[in-house]
Design a protein around this ligand. Structure first.
Ligand SMILES: Cc1ncc(COP(=O)(O)O)c(C=O)c1O
Length: 386
């Protein structure tokens, strides 16, 4: 085990106390994540912010987000335990994974979690059996259009199905609390919330016609992080534009009957708090194309480069000189371990073995996506920066 890896084990060291760390590693600024949580809360007044633990479950991060008023979105017993250890009350958790192990539902319920997401009749029956007094949100399908990392092919049902599921939930003794959806991660279009908010309003109206009283709308995650390389480059609108659009969609679809709302942001809170530092293994030319190999890749945290979906802003220790296109690849022997090839990256032409390559906005879905040791490379360590 490398010395940097032991940093992730106990106790996590502070960045400033580290000798020059081995690479690759994730440098995480918890205060930056707290600022982003506050920026989201400001953009979405009156909406509860449940940080999606899956984006980065670093314990110090969870504790700081809880202290700043954040609640949590959890998807497994380990995430329930982590959120509770951070100080959250069980009623501040939404268990958002729509398909769960029965024992995991029972575990969460035994720890006081009450709010679960479902998207099928089968799962509703399961939750009713494993957590008899629970409240449920039914997840609606969305297109995912406009997002860099769409999510909804796997989860979500139609409005008609949601109505049937929530009516059935009530008959099973569950509380039909309302509706959830996710518009896809790194969603570039604030208007993406319009259709699912309208669909949710149709479900609420149908349930009320059945004599039920849904009260909660989970607007999901999807809020973006800054991925532009330079100020002024094409990037997503500011968080305030998302808040304003959502407010307008809620007004349009629910009018005065607006339900309580929550969001489950992961990326928007923690991505900009992280920089993934890696070093160049080699630069070489194949068939006239320059390839740069890094010591970090798809299996050491950069899973979201698959299909080149998430494009991290890149800086190097040689910035300033002439630049040119290259394919960027990771260190393992798997041919899937190529980060950017279809759209090549432009890096300094004199980049050489041992130089640093820094990937910005990398605090989300990196350290927790790292394999346990594919090709013998250890998981991506995290160093905390004050
Ligand atoms: C159910 C659910 N909620 C919230 C999130 C967080 O999404 P984001 O990081 O785009 O904010 C995810 C991401 O996978 C999710 O699956």
């Amino acid at each position: 085990m490398s010395s940097a890896l032991s940093v992730v084990d106990s106790p996590p060291a502070r960045y400033a106390e580290q000798p020059h760390p081995a690479s690759p590693y994730l440098e995480l600024s918890v205060p930056t994540a707290v600022r982003r949580l506050r920026a989201l809360a400001e953009a979405l007044p009156g909406t509860a912010i449940h940080y999606a633990v899956k984006a980065n479950p670093q314990p110090e991060l969870l504790a700081a987000l809880h202290a700043a008023g954040g609640r949590f979105d959890v998807a497994s017993p380990a995430e329930v335990t982590a959120a509770l250890a951070a100080g959250a009350a069980p009623e501040d958790l939404v268990y958002s994974n729509p398909v769960k192990r029965r024992a995991d539902v029972a575990f969460a319920a035994a720890h006081g979690v009450r709010l679960f997401v479902v998207d099928s009749p089968e799962e509703t029956v399961k939750v009713a059996a494993a957590a008899p007094d629970a409240a449920v949100l039914c997840r609606l399908v969305t297109s995912g259009a406009g997002s860099d990392w769409p999510l909804s092919r796997k989860y979500g049902c139609s409005t008609d199905e949601a109505i049937r599921i929530l009516v059935a939930a009530a008959a099973l003794g569950l509380e039909p609390a309302g509706v959830s959806f996710h518009v896809g991660s790194q969603q570039r279009d604030p208007e993406a919330w319009a259709a699912p908010v309208a669909a949710a309003a149709r479900v609420f109206a149908a349930l009320r016609a059945e004599g039920l009283q849904p009260w909660l709308l989970d607007l999901g995650g999807g809020f973006p992080a800054r991925l532009a390389e330079e100020e002024g480059d094409d990037d997503c609108p500011p968080l305030a534009a998302y808040g304003a659009a959502i407010d307008r969609h809620l007004q349009h679809s629910f009018g005065a009957d607006r339900p309580q709302t929550l969001v489950e942001p992961g990326r928007a809170v923690v991505a900009e708090a992280g920089v993934l530092h890696s070093r160049v293994l080699a630069t070489l030319t194949r068939g006239g194309v320059r390839w740069v190999f890094l010591d970090a890749g798809v299996f050491t945290g950069l899973v979201e480069t698959l299909d080149e979906a998430i494009r991290y802003p890149i800086r190097t220790s040689r910035d300033g000189g002439p630049i040119g296109p290259c394919v960027l690849a990771g260190p393992t022997c798997d041919s899937a371990d190529v980060l950017y090839e279809q759209v090549m990256v432009r890096l300094p032409l004199d980049l050489a073995e041992g130089d640093w390559v820094h990937l910005d906005s990398a605090g989300a879905y990196t350290s927790c996506y790292s394999t346990v040791g594919f090709n013998g490379f250890p998981p991506l360590p995290t160093l905390l920066r004050d």
